[in-house]
Write a protein that binds this ligand. Sequence first.
Ligand code: GDD
Ligand code: MN
Length: 386
Amino acid sequence: MVSETPMTLTTGDTDTSPSHEAPAAALELSVVVPTFNERDCVAPLVSALRAALAGRSFEIIFVDDDSPDGTADAVREIARTDPTVRCLQRLGRRGLSGACVEGAMAASAPVIAVIDGDMQHDETLLPTMLERLTQGELDVVVGSRYLGGGGVGEWSERRARASRLATVLAQRLTGVRLTDPMSGFFMARADLVRQLAPALSPTGFKILLDLLTSADRPPRVEEVPYTFRTRAAGESKLDARVMLEFVELLLDKTLGRLLPTKFVMFAMVGSLGVGVHFATLGLVFGFTQAGFATAQATATLVALTSNFVLNNVFTHHDRRLTGWRWLTGWVTFALASSVGAVANVGVATYLFETGQAIWQISALAGILMSVVWNYVVTSFYTWGRR
Ligand code: GDD
Ligand code: MN
């Protein structure tokens, strides 16, 4: 409608876009690229993505964990002349999964693709994946290395075996029916990712598995095959820590439905401590001149310290104490355990002497009580947030 009257705020005209510019096509896809030390891959990846997505309306969000090699600067360099590229530089945190989640939270398109920043994933598949997702009424489309037509490229036998083992474990324990549940290459509806984001673990590599197992209703998923490329520059960040985080995620998705994963790990470390105690006791009492009391005291100290170390490295690896904090942590751990031991004896004796339970049950109740106590108190005081 053409009006002769001069335009005012009350004309009811709802078109607020600047008149000198054609309205841009609505964004179809946000590509999220987690990076850590991938400087040399940034420019080639952006070129490859532009070529693969030519004719589509997309944005590229790099989520970099403050890489020492200057990856973020390499991204900004390109972003300066290409506003479809952005850099989200995170400080003080690490983790592929968390980076993907934060990238998704910053994305504007209705669909999000997650792709590695080292060019090992096949970006030419993105248009096909996007079509599948939008036309097939799917929630997630996954790039699979284990579907017919896909492959893992040049992997060492060790890496290939580890990947197969992780895949089988994930399939068996989580019930996710995918050939490649460990894939880091996938596309998903943005609203689904954002809705599940608060429940997703920020550590580790297993964002897809986490996404698929965190929804109340299983998302509608399909896989497309691709071949994993060989790394051209930089190196893999999949290390022992990442594998530990994977085991933790599996525990979380299985036993975690009944008990908190950290508690399960804490209790496992405690059981191991019993073994450490007996081994030390046997050594000191059997092979030195020490009397039983001294041997028992030594064994208690050694087991206490080994429990502390193991919990620090495994159970609470995300809050790991070092230096001076390690020492004060040991002290609070020892104090909490001592109180736990007193409570253990108190509860067990009470149950037994009042005739409420036979001695075995009394002892178990005492132990259970002290494990729960130790776990709760040390989670708070020894490894609590500061
Ligand atoms: N922001 C951020 N923070 N990015 C990270 C981090 C991190 O802590 N760790 C790794 N990345 C980035 C890397 O820079 C790379 O772009 C991508 O995540 C994948 O990491 P790689 O270290 O290259 O993993 P990979 O090639 O060994 O492992 C591949 O296979 C796994 C399953 O076998 C990847 O495709 C994984 O996504 C996949 O889970
Ligand atoms: Mn890689």
